[in-house]
Design a protein around this ligand. Structure first.
Ligand code: GDP
Ligand code: IMO
Ligand code: MG
Length: 428
């Protein structure tokens, strides 16, 4: 079956946007299945560098139909801004499809995200403050407002008024914040509705028909495995299923339609926001990786925390996603180092872990056990085949491959689409 899932194998920002853009031309559809505009996927397409937050990274190819699936949460104001940005850059957004079952991020979700983080203080999750958690919360408590509600003014009004009874109490009485006015929200959202209506569709039906006809679908994950609500470092996670299983739930196709799962992992590791990070480097090497790798959030501009490649985490990602292939990105960034460490296990209270510890507190306090490998210290951004890479870089990739048990079939050596080494990856 012609469905391929692409997921982040670490804590996000692995380069999913670049790799989606690289392989998207082989597909008829590229589908976002979870998350919202907390994501920031950088795509360098020709001479243009674009940051996509909600719209699938395949939109630049006229032959690709981009689709935002039911598992996503959509801030319509941001979506329209992104559509305008793309149109301004010369990319048509006419083909964009949006599931009527996706949930809407409402202005009170943004306010609640801000307020709950403020209240947590030093214990904050470090969210992107885009209203993601509160929107998924409403979805789970069955009080959410969906994209299809934009198509019925009466229902939209009723739902906004009902929601505000509770949300305004929460905002004013618990958080001491300002209340929202239902009429103002409805006026804004009805204006967004006018723009978005031509794009709203029954996406599950459409995708199933397409798959049945033999069309190719790429499911573009956002965030990463360790940010998954079930399989990540809870509670320091996002509120959706970023792992491969989320692709089928978040788009309404069956698991039997998926024939490959491509995990994207950086040659080192980064994390934005709070939470455990065993291989974090708070020294000059971490700062160097951050500088050389330009590790600043695509969405919030925050500096990303940097650390050594953690093979325990990627092996875990291989398991929970059922990875068939691995893509290692940013290998070029490691050229700045004399020697490179890889975390092969953790130690906590005298016990050695070669898998992610089930206990959160063990993970929090885990001491990484490293193997040290020689660096290559030469520019590899021009390499286009595996054989062209220096021996130490090839050894590093082969070591990572051995530890994860998954073939490394793509290697990225620079942000440009052309700066990629294909090592056995075949879409079709
Ligand atoms: P995503 O969220 O997984 O799509 O990743 P982001 O776009 O947030 O962050 C990845 C960053 O690394 C972007 O700025 C990319 O342009 C850049 N990038 C991707 N692959 C490579 C690579 O192989 N080398 C270098 N130097 N930069 C890369
Ligand atoms: P892409 O798709 C990296 C992190 C936030 C925070 C946690 C919860 O670009 O890889 P949220 O706003 O989702 O409630 O925040 O998740 N986070 C990301 N980190 N890349 C992302 O997306 C992220 N999306 C959310 O920093 O720690
Ligand atoms: Mg990103």
């Amino acid at each position: 079956m012609p469905g391929i899932v692409l997921v982040g194998a670490q804590w996000g920002d692995e380069g999913k946007g670049k790799i989606t853009d690289l392989i998207a031309h082989d597909f008829d559809f590229v589908v976002r299945f979870q998350g919202g505009n907390n994501a920031g996927h950088t795509v360098i397409h020709g001479d243009k560098k674009l940051a996509l937050h909600l719209i699938p990274s395949g939109i630049m190819y006229p032959s690709v139909t981009p689709l935002i699936g039911n598992g996503c949460v959509i801030d319509p104001r941001v979506l329209i801004e992104e559509m305008d940005m793309l149109e301004g850059e010369g990319f048509s957004t006419e083909r964009l499809l949006i599931s009527g079952n996706a949930h809407l991020i409402m202005p009170y979700h943004l306010a609640l995200d801000h307020e709950s983080e403020r209240r947590l203080g030093v214990n904050e999750i470090g969210t992107t403050k885009r209203g993601i958690g509160p929107a998924y919360q409403d979805k789970a408590t069955r009080s959410g407002i969906r994209v299809q509600d934009l198509l019925d003014e009466h229902i939209l009004r009723l739902k906004v008024q009902t929601a505000l009874v509770e949300k305004n109490d929460l905002l004013t009485k618990i958080y001491g914040a300002e209340p929202f006015d239902a009429e103002t929200i409805c006026t804004d959202y009805l204006r967004y509705a006018q723009r978005l209506t031509p794009h709203i569709t029954e996406s599950s039906q459409l995708l199933n028909e397409a798959l049945h006809e033999g069309k190719w679908v790429l499911f573009e994950g956002a965030q990463g495995t360790l940010l998954d609500i079930d399989h990540g470092t809870y509670p320091f996670v996002t509120s959706s299923s970023c792992t491969a299983g989320g692709a089928v739930i978040g788009s309404g196709v069956g698991p039997t339609t998926i024939n490959k799962v491509l995990g994207i992992a950086k040659a080192y590791i980064t994390r934005v926001g709070s939470g455990p990070f065993p291989t974090e480097l708070s020294d000059e090497i971490g700062a160097k990786l951050g500088n050389v790798g330009s590790e600043f959030g695509t969405t919030t501009g925050r500096a990303r925390r940097c650390g050594w490649y953690d093979a325990v985490i990627v092996k875990y990602a291989a398991q929970v996603n059922g990875l068939t292939d691995l893509c290692i990105t940013k290998l070029d960034v490691l050229s700045c180092l004399e020697t490179i460490k890889v975390c092969v296990a953790y130690e906590h209270e005298g016990r050695r872990y070669t898998t992610v510890p089930g206990s959160q507190s063990a993970f929090h306090h885990a001491t990484p056990i490293y193997e040290e490998l020689p660096g290559w210290q030469t520019d590899i951004t021009g390499c286009r085949t595996f054989e062209e890479l220096p021996r130490q870089a090839r050894d590093y990739i082969e070591y990572i491959e051995e530890l994860s048990g998954v073939q490394v079939s793509l290697i990225a050596v620079g942000p440009d689409r052309r700066q990629t080494i294909t090592r056995g990856w075949q879409t079709r």
